[in-house]
Design a protein around this ligand. Structure first.
Ligand SMILES: [Fe+2]
Ligand SMILES: [Fe+2]
Length: 435
């Protein structure tokens, strides 16, 4: 700690004591004022502290919490390999690391909270860092992603969590795998854009449980689902009452975006009609976005509503769209044109893996596997594969998937809430082509 900070801390404490004594309790008829009790060295350790990204995960990290400000809410951080602490300035004094304050809408639940966000940039890839918030915080730790995918690494995906005991059990199993990050493909806490209490609880559960076996915090990446939005479909980011302040660092203007990990992994995070229409602008953006990333070793699309559902009806009736129908019309041809490596999807609350599909039929050579269906903490009985020829494996099991990326190969292992392996599949490089 620098001497300037030590002095500020000392002054702050002394002045605080003097001010408190002056204004302290002075009961009528009592000669001597009672001295206030000052807590000894209170730790600033918000129960909702979590990490996410809004920039390249090889060189940045975004630190967030929901709650109140630290007394001196700057971040200090240290590359553990170099042992040089960098101390940021006080909040709102730019430059670095600037802490943004975002309003936490008190529709229900905590009303006096804000979302605090600080992005660390210019970090070394493939390094381990520690950081503190203000003067009086525990040391937290994280890893940056490697610059190149020369060594194997893993991440976890799933969706449809909620805040029940199954969701918590899956959090614990996820953290035990030491993933570089966790990707939740929509329907996080089921706050429905109206329950601040639920949104808070989801983040608190994540914060408490998503610490790996070495004590490092595991970053969270999300995409939007119907339960993030007041009204579920055909709304805007404004109705994504809690998702927007929590993840707006990444979703700055649109509810769909990409997260590029160096030049080796791109997550294309889509909005299946909740805060942006599927057809039109988003589809045009998707075409260009995939074309721009055609050379990546790992190009992964993520959506909430599945293109190939395992529970809901895929065909509509009486003029309504079936589940995934618009995506099959607008997005699947683009996934195939640009040879997306795998599509992660959710919303139907089962475990499912499709055959490799091209145009909806099995194509083992160039088809794309659609994996997931979202049962981190919610469950339904899937339709049997006999009724849906595109399905290869289904199960009514709470689950998450561990993805291991090795060079240009990928292994996908679905596990239940007790860590039992449900399914393993591999996907490899497919030939890509431009127009
Ligand atoms: Fe769901
Ligand atoms: Fe959903």
């Amino acid at each position: 700690m620098s001497s300037a900070l030590s002095r500020r801390r000392f002054l702050g404490t002394s002045l605080g004591l003097a001010a408190a004594a002056a204004a302290g309790p002075h009961l009528l008829g009592q000669d001597k004022p009672t001295l206030p009790t000052v807590p000894a060295d209170p730790l600033f350790a918000p129960e909702t502290l979590f990490l996410t990204w809004q920039g390249d995960p090889t060189t940045t990290m975004t630190i967030q919490w929901v709650g109140k400000a630290a007394d001196e809410p700057y971040i200090s951080y240290n590359n553990r390999g170099k042992d040089e602490w960098t101390v940021g300035p006080l909040a709102a004094k730019k430059p670095f690391p600037f802490i943004e304050y975002l309003f936490w809408p008190g529709v229900s639940g905590p009303t006096d909270h804000s979302v605090f966000r600080a992005e660390l940039t210019g970090l070394s890839p493939g390094a381990e860092y520690e950081f503190k918030i203000g003067l009086n915080s525990p040391k937290y730790r994280f890893r940056t992603m490697p610059a190149k995918a020369t060594k194997a690494f893993s991440f976890i995906s799933g969706g449809d969590c909620g805040v029940n005991s199954h969701a918590l059990a899956n959090n614990v199993i996820a953290a035990k795998q030491d993933p570089m990050f966790v990707l939740i493909g929509g329907d996080l806490g089921y706050d429905n854009g109206t329950s601040g209490k639920t949104a808070y609880e989801f983040i608190r559960n994540y914060s408490k449980t998503m610490i790996d076996t070495q004590g490092r915090l595991i970053p969270l990446v999300t995409c939007i689902g119907n339960h993030e939005v007041r009204g579920s479909y055909n709304k805007t980011l404004k109705e994504a009452t809690f998702f927007t302040p929590l993840f707006g660092g990444l979703y700055k203007e649109t509810s769909y975006t990409t997260l590029d990990f160096g030049d080796y992994l791109s997550l294309v995070l889509l909005d299946t009609g909740h805060a942006a229409p599927i057809a039109g602008e988003q589809t045009e953006w998707l075409d260009k976005t995939l074309a721009d990333r055609a050379g990546r070793p790992h190009l992964i699309a993520v959506n909430h509503v599945p293109c190939y559902p395992s529970y809901r009806a895929s065909e509509g009736k009486l003029g309504t769209f079936g589940t995934g129908e618009q995506q099959r019309k607008h997005w699947v041809p683009l996934f195939e044109k640009h040879q997306v490596d795998i599509v992660l999807e959710h919303h139907d609350h089962t475990f499912k893996r499709t055959h490799p599909l091209k145009g909806g039929v099995v194509d083992d050579k160039t088809g794309i596997v659609y994996l997931g269906d979202g049962s981190w903490g919610k469950l339904r009985i899937p339709k049997p594969a006999e009724q849906r020829p595109y399905l290869d494996a289904v199960s009514a099991t709470y689950h998450l998937t561990l993805h291991r990326l090795e060079g240009e190969k990928r292994y996908h292992m679905a596990m239940d809430e007790f860590g039992k392996v449900l399914d393993i599949t591999a996907t490899g490089k497919k030939p890509r082509h431009r127009d």
